[in-house]
Design a binder for this molecule. Structure first.
Ligand code: SAM
Length: 256
């Protein structure tokens, strides 16, 4: 299937579920809440005065947080107009200046360039069908010394399904990224759990750590760190072994 066709179907999928995904309420931010966790904040560092680009930004919660942290120019790109409208409404209520714009992370506007920080997180990277092309596109949009931060679900978690205490089933292919739908519905966006109405066909890509690292190196980026983390709640029902498996990773790469 052509990339444009995959992306068009994925857009229909996200638009179908976007009305139920609103992210953190405005009061969360008013109370000083931040959508970036401590590990992400440490990886991102000081963004004061920086120009940031967040890919697959959804409702823009991380962008609102970056603006709050002092970033000067905050751009978020997502394919779903409904998500973006939700984010823009929150930004307006909070009086924060963020540019949440419709776009496809496989075909970004050439004008989007000169960033100090590019972020993709929490289920964004799996919508990239051609990782090498994407890595090249991202590297070219960073200023020298600019950083790419990937904070993602771990690909091992993506292919393992809990079947009971101490029991896992391999329900995906770690070595073949293409994934039609979600073989394990618990890997799908939470808003779809228990939903019975059919949703548009969609396809995503489970990129192994090896493929991610190779794509970034191939694009001329330097890998500064790569850390893997447990998130026991994502292996719900597995028992103590849930702390012995990675569920997330955080990678920082830099344009030399
Ligand atoms: C799971 S969310 C990730 C963002 C955020 N961490 C969250 O949990 O809402 C995935 C986002 O990717 C967007 N998306 C999917 N395909 C895309 C594409 N080709 N270009 C840009 N955004 C895309 C969807 O609209 C959705 O907002």
């Amino acid at each position: 299937m052509e990339i444009a066709e995959i992306t068009s179907r994925n857009r229909a999928y996200w638009e179908a579920i976007a009305p139920g995904r609103t992210g953190e309420p405005v009061d969360f931010f008013r109370a000083g809440g931040c959508a970036l966790d401590d590990r992400e904040l440490a990886a991102i560092g000081d963004v004061t005065g920086q120009r940031t680009l967040h890919l697959a930004c959804s409702v823009g919660d991380e962008d609102l947080s970056l603006a709050r942290l002092g970033a000067a120019d905050v751009v978020g790109v997502d394919i779903s107009p409904t998500h973006l409208a939700t984010g823009r409404a929150k930004a307006a209520e909070l009086g924060l200046r963020v540019d949440l714009r419709e776009g496809d992370l496989t075909a970004l506007d050439p004008a989007l360039t000169g960033f100090d920080l590019i972020l993709i997180s929490g289920g964004g990277l799996c919508w990239v069908p051609d990782l090498d092309a994407w890595a090249g596109s991202v590297a070219a949009r960073l200023v020298p010394g600019g950083r790419l931060v990937i904070s993602e679900h771990h690909p091992l978690w993506e292919v393992l399904s809990v079947r009971g205490a101490g029991q896992l089933e391999v329900t995906g292919d770690y070595l073949d990224p293409y994934r039609a739908g979600y073989p394990d519905p618990r890997k799908a966006p939470q808003v779809t759990w228990g939903r019975t109405e059919p949703l548009p066909d969609h396809a995503s890509f489970v990129w192994s750590l090896g493929r991610v690292v190779s794509a970034l190196l191939g694009a001329g980026l330097a890998i500064r760190s790569l850390d893997e983390y447990a998130q026991p709640e994502l292996y719900d029902g597995l028992g103590p072994a849930a702390t012995a498996l990675p569920a997330a990773y955080l990678l920082v790469a830099e344009r030399p």
